[in-house]
Design a protein around this ligand. Structure first.
Ligand SMILES: [Zn+2]
Length: 433
């Protein structure tokens, strides 16, 4: 089982002065895999939509290839980035061009062009699934007749058990031995398990590889593994560090701790307006921030201090600047349990308490790197130690707990016929328009 991290320009300064909030001399921008002695993921997932957002970035990648650009030797998985064109009628890429994109940029794995069948586009489900399958067929045929060094993957999109089964069956018929299931990023772990159980008879004994897009779950990991999943990706452990409303830092047992929010008041537009109105000077804002930051750092070093002092300071800060003020209990937990002291990872060792302070990219992304470290450690434990049944904060979900009451063979044929009829009707409707 391999874990891929989606690439999203997740870089920090290699040398950072937390007191003055500036990069130190000789600092450079580094990825998580350049901070840890071993990467906390097996590979990187790179979406074309994402890297083409920046013209200079894509130009540079074209020159040096993906491995050199991301300074990563492990496998790099390429996809289109279907969330980026979710509202478009059709994906903005052509299959032939996609094949040469994967090849010339040096990807190890490349997936066919897909279109998501999520609830927001219900009226287009059949059209999108058929489009995804047609693209997959064309992709496979061109791939087979060409001379490509990357591994071709067929994309399966669906919206329920039967539609995913239909997509997988079609891809196997085309000839794929590597299939990626998309559209599951927001699905419950139990739903993903049911979808996987529902395709077991199709893949059993066939050495088929299965990737789950956007659905790396620790609770379902063992079940996924038992049901033939060979890889998955997700950025949520990373991005929850700053996008999550709570539980931004994961303890080694996966317990979620809320990071302590100390924004850059002096660098925020809203507060600069207060400066313009003459209520504060920039210097006063900076000093105010620094005094609270100093309080936090003193708390870190002088281990006998009580969290109350910090909580009071934050109450004053939050009320003065109308910031979020509902996290007192969470802060108390974070402060009194000091989880950053228990983590052996290089980020926590270097940043100390700063890893748990919600303030700017260098702290927030580092916290994300730490979360990815914990995720990856737990992932190895779940896979290797079959007696490990999780922790109070991480309950494993088992495939045996879900039964699927369907008769596979008859359903399979029925579903195929039904869906093809519906798709034909759908195309007819479009033609009439
Ligand atoms: Zn850590």
């Amino acid at each position: 089982m391999q874990y891929y991290i989606p690439e999203w320009d997740d870089l920090v300064s290699s040398k950072y002065d937390y007191w003055n909030d500036v990069e130190l001399p000789n600092s450079k921008k580094v990825y998580a895999h350049e901070i840890y002695p071993k990467p906390n993921y097996d590979g990187i997932l790179v979406s074309r939509m994402k890297i083409e957002e920046s013209k200079s970035k894509i130009e540079k990648i074209k020159k040096v290839g993906v491995h050199k650009f991301f300074r990563f030797e492990g496998p790099i998985f390429g996809d289109c980035g279907a969330w980026g064109y979710i509202n478009e009628k059709n994906p903005p890429f052509e299959t032939k061009d996609m094949l040469s994109y994967y090849e010339t940029l040096g990807f190890n794995i490349g997936v066919s062009i897909d279109h998501l069948c999520i609830p927001q586009v219900k009226s287009e489900w059949y059209y999108r699934q058929e489009l995804t399958l047609k693209n997959a067929e064309q992709f496979f045929n061109l791939y087979e007749n060409g001379n490509y060094s990357f591994k071709a993957v067929g994309a399966a999109q669906g919206w329920d058990l039967e539609s995913y089964r239909y997509a997988v069956q079609e891809l196997l018929d085309i000839g794929y031995d590597f299939i990626a299931l998309g559209g599951l990023a927001r699905a419950q772990t139990s739903v993903i398990i049911k979808i996987l159980k529902n395709i077991q008879d199709l893949i059993e004994g066939k050495k088929i590889k299965i990737h789950l897009f956007g659905a790396a779950r620790l609770d379902g990991l063992r079940a996924f593994n038992n049901l033939g999943v060979t890889s998955f990706d997700s950025a949520s452990p990373l991005r929850n560090a700053w996008l999550g409303s709570k539980k931004n830092y994961r303890g080694l047992d996966w317990k979620g701790y809320t990071a302590i929010r100390l924004p850059f008041l002096s660098r925020t537009k809203k507060y600069q307006q207060l400066v313009e109105k003459g209520l504060f000077s920039i210097k006063e804002l900076e000093e105010f921030e620094k005094s609270i930051y100093a309080l936090l750092r003193r708390y870190e070093i002088e281990k006998t201090r009580s969290p109350e002092e910090i909580i009071e300071a934050f109450e004053m800060l939050n009320q003065t600047f109308t910031l979020r003020d509902d996290l007192k209990e969470d802060y108390k937990e974070t402060l009194s349990e000091r989880p950053w002291e228990k983590c052996p990872c290089p980020v926590c060792k270097e940043a100390g308490m700063d890893v748990i302070i919600f303030r700017g990219n260098n702290r927030n992304r580092r916290r994300g790197f730490h979360n990815t470290f914990v995720f990856y450690q737990l992932m190895q434990k779940i896979l290797k130690d079959t007696n490990f049944e999780g922790t109070p904060y991480l309950k494993l979900v088992h495939e045996k707990d879900f039964s699927i009451p369907i008769q596979r063979q008859t359903k399979k044929i029925k579903s195929k016929i039904n869906k093809q009829t519906k798709i034909e009707n759908f195309f007819e409707q479009i033609d009439e328009e």
